[in-house]
Ligand binder design. Sequence first.
Ligand code: AMP
Length: 109
Amino acid sequence: MKTIFSKIIDREIPADIVAENDQVIVFRDINPKTPIHVLIVPKKEIKDIQSFAPEDFVYAQAIFAMAQQLSQTIPGAEEFRLQINSGYRAGQRVFHVHAHFLAGAELAA
Ligand code: AMP
């Protein structure tokens, strides 16, 4: 069964997509926690960081590169928090690995 994020990648369900390249897609979180809250999602369906195969680490690089790009292109996102919940007890609820890109407010240290 496809994850909800794969359905967004395949344009089967709508999302507010803000960027995309061969490795990742970026769309606005439906329940934003900060003024700027987007999700950076690998186009490969990988459950969590624990499940990464050696060849999957290219997506870790792609997430960092996209975070840098977003910080340079989204006004107010020059400083940001990148958060990955990996596992149910860590708060993960969508089991298609993704990074939360949070910005636009002063975040608690
Ligand atoms: P996590 O708890 O780390 O797995 O984060 C899942 C995130 O996905 C939550 O912040 C949700 O608000 C967000 N989310 C769930 N469904 C959608 C959707 N259809 N479009 C955009 N964001 C979503």
